[in-house]
Design a protein around this ligand. Structure first.
Ligand SMILES: [Cu+2]
Length: 275
């Protein structure tokens, strides 16, 4: 039983990523490493993640060391007679209280303070499309796909010149991108691993997220909320372009948009007026 568990863990921890890496032509490390950060502010989240992991590893090591050292020092071989303690002496209580306080203030409160700061100063400060040049995109999640809507030439959403794509998000780099997100059916979550962010897509409500991409390339988008049978297949592709390449693509997509958006077909206009 224990052996089976052990080998299974080893398999999933090492062998499985190794096979997957070989299949995708990646190195083993590339497969198990966290996704590369391609956004302006993703490092804030990476830092917080590393801090939590580091603090956990530090305190976990202390606890394990304690168990090992005391097991050795107070083993039956060295101490024939058992010594009973209830940990209710003043020194014991003070020691435990000091340990708890150190963890609470040094880790928990610090995480709360930093994440609160990141949220209020960065992530919860959306760009103002009336004052700066922002790429606005409406995202519709549904079982089991992602649809993206760009406002088109008139810069107004839900009109016949909108560019609409399926599982295919394209954005320029070095410019703020502002998403408004909703869902057609159940709760999904719009997850872009390479910017370290995700946001729920809720039926009947519009949520939002903004970011700035910094590196051109091809990336992936996933659904991060168990949303039914084919949740695992709910993948979209993200292409980050230089501004020139983006303009080229957008101009071309614009041409087809007007041909594809039949003004008589109401199902085409699933978008909403930007708010
Ligand atoms: Cu989903």
């Amino acid at each position: 039983m224990v052996r089976t568990l052990f080998y299974n863990s080893v398999f999933f921890l090492f062998t499985f990523p190794a096979f997957a890496a070989a299949k995708k032509d990646l190195s083993f490390w590339e497969m198990i490493a966290p996704p590369e950060d391609i956004s302006e502010n993703g490092h804030l989240i990476t830092w917080l993640f590393n801090y939590v992991t580091g603090a956990n590893v530090f305190f976990m090591t202390l606890v394990i060391l304690g168990i090992v050292v005391f097991s050795y020092l107070y083993s039956a071989k060295r101490h024939k007679k058992a010594y009973y303690t209830y940990g209710d002496k003043k020194a014991h209580i003070l020691f435990v209280a000091a340990c708890c306080l150190a963890v609470f203030l040094g880790v928990d409160m610090n995480i709360t303070r930093i994440s609160n700061e990141d949220y209020t100063k960065v992530f919860n400060k959306p760009p103002d499309p009336t004052k700066e040049d922002v790429v606005r995109i409406e995202v519709l999640a549904q079982q089991w796909m992602w649809k993206f809507r760009y406002p088109g030439e008139d810069n107004v959403f839900n009109t016949a010149d909108d560019v609409v794509t399926l599982n295919d998000l394209r954005v320029p780099i070095n410019k703020k991108v502002y998403f408004q997100i909703t869902s057609k059916d159940v709760i999904h979550a719009f997850y872009i691993p390479n910017i370290k962010r995700k946001i729920d897509a809720l039926p009947g409500k519009i949520t939002w997220m903004w970011t700035k991409f910094m590196k051109a390339g091809n990336w992936e988008i996933a659904c991060a909320e168990m949303c039914g049978t084919h949740h695992y297949k709910m993948q979209a592709f993200l292409t980050t372009y230089t501004q020139d390449d983006f303009d080229k693509w957008y101009k071309n997509a614009q041409k087809y948009a007007e041909l594809e958006n039949n003004p008589e077909d109401p199902t085409v206009f699933w978008g909403w007026k930007w708010y």
